[in-house]
Design a protein around this ligand. Structure first.
Ligand SMILES: *Cc1c(COP(=O)(O)O)cnc(C)c1O
Length: 258
């Protein structure tokens, strides 16, 4: 295992340099550690050695199991596709949900957050890659979804999230991340909101994202190392969806794309 602590420090430093290079303050960019598939012991190490208090998970079950064994003051972010029947589990633990992409989900989150007496921060996930099997709402749906969020009682919309296609070149990444930023500006104008967050950029593309205004970069493998998907990854020809098997539109292949 490469050294987790050194990796974390390196990513933090690199993100800070990217911010400065784009004329931004390093504090404007949060490096969010994506701990999915990695053991709770890794999270505890970062917690102890680097005072990291925020982690992101993409599956309800995994989130629940890890949260049980880890300190209570961790702020959990949920970044995966959220199925209706898992909403309560996630609402009980997570404080921020990045992957909100339907009216039905907003309404369910709001209702359950109320029942659980929780205040939730949410981001709307936007599909800007135009790929049908990607998660996220299409840009033309975002105004309606924002209006629904504004009417909710227990949800606080704080910004937008997107995932870029894995194969996008730098130019296309710049367009995608720039579009998310423009969309946030547009929503703030239309609804007189003060949305601040742009959750965009992962291990492979965070530099472009920071240059385009990312305030949260979601970093997994560059901190924790390569993910091992266990038995689900046994076919050598398969590549995983970025949704990590939580892809709702891909039930038939279990999230594995040939
Ligand atoms: C896994 C995941 C990440 C982190 O991916 P890396 O490439 O390992 O940094 C970021 N965002 C989402 C939504 C993810 O599922």
């Amino acid at each position: 295992m490469a050294d987790l602590i050194a990796n974390y420090k390196a990513v933090r430093a690199s993100a800070a340099l990217c911010a400065i290079a784009s004329g931004r303050a390093p504090e404007e960019v949060k490096v969010l550690a994506v701990s999915k598939t990695f053991p709770a012991a890794d999270i505890q190490r970062l917690y102890d050695a680097q005072n990291v208090r925020e982690f992101a998970e993409s599956k309800a079950q995994e989130l629940e199991e890890k949260a049980k064994t880890l300190p209570d003051d961790i702020v959990w972010h949920f970044i995966g596709h959220l199925q209706g029947n898992k909403v309560r589990k996630v609402v009980r633990i997570a404080r921020v949900i990045h992957s909100v992409d339907s009216e039905e989900l907003i309404e369910r989150l709001d209702r359950i957050a109320g029942e659980e007496r929780k205040h939730l921060k949410i981001l709307l996930e936007v599909n800007l890659s135009g790929e049908e099997n990607k998660s996220g709402a299409y840009p033309e749906e975002i105004i309606r979804l924002t209006a629904t969020c504004v009417q909710s009682k227990n949800l606080e919309l704080i910004g937008l999230m997107t995932m870029a296609p894995e194969d996008a070149n730098e130019e296309r990444l710049g367009v995608i991340f720039g579009t998310l930023s423009d969309l946030k500006t547009e929503l703030n104008r239309l609804f007189e909101l003060h949305l601040t967050e742009l959750s965009m950029g992962m291990s492979g593309d965070y530099k472009v994202a920071i240059a385009r205004g990312a305030t949260i970069v979601r970093i997994g493998s560059r901190i924790f190392g390569e993910r091992d998907y266990g038995e689900q990854a046994d076919s050598a020809q398969s590549t995983r969806h970025p949704c990590d098997g939580d892809c709702h539109s891909c039930g038939t292949c279990g999230g594995i794309r040939e």
